[in-house]
Design a protein around this ligand. Structure first.
Ligand SMILES: *[C@@H]1O[C@H](CO)[C@@H](O)[C@H](O)[C@H]1NC(C)=O
Ligand SMILES: *[C@@H]1O[C@H](CO)[C@@H](O)[C@H](O)[C@H]1NC(C)=O
Ligand SMILES: *[C@@H]1O[C@H](CO)[C@@H](O)[C@H](O)[C@H]1NC(C)=O
Ligand SMILES: *[C@@H]1O[C@H](CO)[C@@H](O)[C@H](O)[C@H]1NC(C)=O
Ligand SMILES: *[C@@H]1O[C@H](CO)[C@@H](O)[C@H](O)[C@H]1NC(C)=O
Ligand SMILES: *[C@@H]1O[C@H](CO)[C@@H](O)[C@H](O)[C@H]1NC(C)=O
Ligand SMILES: *[C@@H]1O[C@H](CO)[C@@H](O)[C@H](O)[C@H]1NC(C)=O
Ligand SMILES: *[C@@H]1O[C@H](CO)[C@@H](O)[C@H](O)[C@H]1NC(C)=O
Ligand SMILES: *[C@@H]1O[C@H](CO)[C@@H](O)[C@H](O)[C@H]1NC(C)=O
Ligand SMILES: *[C@@H]1O[C@H](CO)[C@@H](O)[C@H](O)[C@H]1NC(C)=O
Length: 311
């Protein structure tokens, strides 16, 4: 009998142990793409990191071919300046497995050629435990005014696209909110564009257009809204903003006719002037609609740093 109990205890202990062991995650950096130069997509690893949760003891699996790539753990400063002079650790042989054995920020870059500058860099934040499940905060109902870019304003951002991504990343936009774009008359403008135009930076057609600063745009519909400048190369250089508006606001009860679904590109409308209807009628209240949000990972640690660069 005692033996049975001992066996049972052993079984339980083994089970618990196996569960604990199973909790260690190996993160394949870049998933199937591995550790490479993300041509044309400099935020590739930022986006990858944003979807992962890094817990103390987890492993990073950098899959690359020895000689073609390498990976160095570096300081925050070296990460931002792509300085590979004096790395904390350098892994020349691929693939490389790195255990995240301390909490806090980790920064990795590729040191070969200009790989880092082209986007082969990864920043992440390691926490001691998965933490409490994100408790959905009570949805905001009162409209707010947002000054796009805050003190930076609306211009070609010094560090590129990351500036407006960072600005928008943890903000919640609801129908009725107002975006204020401050820019220089005559050398910039604001165009409301489709997702395709935002992605391709083809601004030959826009949904709405503003050339007097400040441009004040009221968000009248839920879903994704895209903004850029029509001036040459401004969009390509990162003057572009994407936000996701959630539907409900007690201030403006939603109508239900001809609604675009949240997540679809805004439908064209030719209105201009203050507060155009940029996406058609307000759709029904998706109380569950998630705000545009990138959590964890790169942008999480990046925000104060980008702001420090800007101001
Ligand atoms: C690592 O990358 C190589 C080449 O792309 C690929 O063949 C291999 O399956 C990858 N290994 C893992 C474990 O993903
Ligand atoms: C790169 O880092 C090294 C060592 O930390 C430092 O001496 C050097 O000045 C840095 N170079 C640049 C261009 O910042
Ligand atoms: C690194 O981790 C991968 C995936 O977990 C594993 O297949 C590989 O054998 C490990 N390599 C080394 C050198 O530990
Ligand atoms: C983490 O691992 C590195 C490299 O293996 C080692 O130098 C360092 O002492 C370790 N840190 C802790 C807290 O175990
Ligand atoms: C937003 O700004 C407008 C004018 O710029 C003002 O009339 C309005 O009260 C402001 N709304 C909020 C919620 O601050
Ligand atoms: C967004 O992040 C900034 C800086 O980390 C923080 O001050 C602010 O409270 C956050 N806003 C929301 C709505 O989470
Ligand atoms: C830009 O978009 C317009 C219409 O949306 C299209 O006619 C034109 O061919 C596009 N230009 C390029 C370079 O893709
Ligand atoms: C831009 O022009 C408009 C109208 O001409 C004017 O009201 C506004 O003050 C100007 N804004 C700036 C920032 O110069
Ligand atoms: C916007 O929100 C909708 C609904 O939550 C979601 O399906 C879509 O992916 C979001 N778009 C972006 C760009 O986050
Ligand atoms: C890293 O995550 C921890 C726990 O969530 C948080 O307290 C800390 O502020 C984060 N650090 C950075 C630089 O984001």
């Amino acid at each position: 009998m005692a033996r049975m109990i001992k066996l049972a205890i052993l079984a339980v202990a083994l089970f618990v142990l196996s569960q604990t062991t199973a909790a260690v995650t190996t993160h394949a950096v870049g998933d199937g793409k591995g550790w490479m130069v993300p041509s044309g997509d400099p935020l590739f690893y930022a986006v990858w990191a944003a979807k992962e949760t890094f817990i103390l003891g987890d492993n990073l699996f950098f899959n690359f071919t020895t000689g073609e790539q390498d990976v160095a753990r570096v300081s925050k400063e070296a990460f931002f300046t792509c300085n590979s002079t004096d790395p904390i650790a350098l892994y020349k042989d691929g693939p490389a497995n790195i255990t995240l054995n301390s909490t806090g920020e980790y920064f990795f870059i590729g040191t070969l050629d200009n790989h880092c500058v082209l986007g082969q860099r990864l920043a992440l934040n390691v926490t001691a435990s998965p933490g409490p499940p994100p408790s959905p905060a009570a949805p905001r109902t009162k409209p707010e005014n947002y000054t796009v870019g805050d003190r930076l304003g609306w211009l070609v951002p010094p560090l590129g696209e990351i500036a407006y991504l960072t600005w928008a990343y943890n903000k919640t936009f609801i129908v009725g909110d107002t975006l204020v774009f401050n820019f220089r008359n005559g050398s910039d403008d604001v165009a409301v564009v489709t997702k395709d135009a935002y992605n391709s930076c083809n601004t030959s057609t826009s949904i709405a257009y503003y050339n007097n600063s400040p441009a004040i745009i009221t968000l009248k519909s839920a879903g994704e809204h895209y903004f850029t400048s029509t001036y040459d190369y401004h969009c390509d250089l990162g003057q572009k903003l994407a936000i996701n508006v959630t539907g409900s606001s007690t201030a403006s009860p939603p109508s239900s006719s001809g609604s675009p679904t949240p997540g679809s590109a805004t439908s064209p409308s030719s209105s201009t002037g203050e507060g155009p209807t940029v996406g058609g009628p307000t759709p029904p209240p998706p109380a569950s609609a998630a705000p545009y949000r990138i959590s964890g990972g790169f942008l999480f640690t990046l925000l104060p740093i980008v702001m420090a660069f800007i101001y």
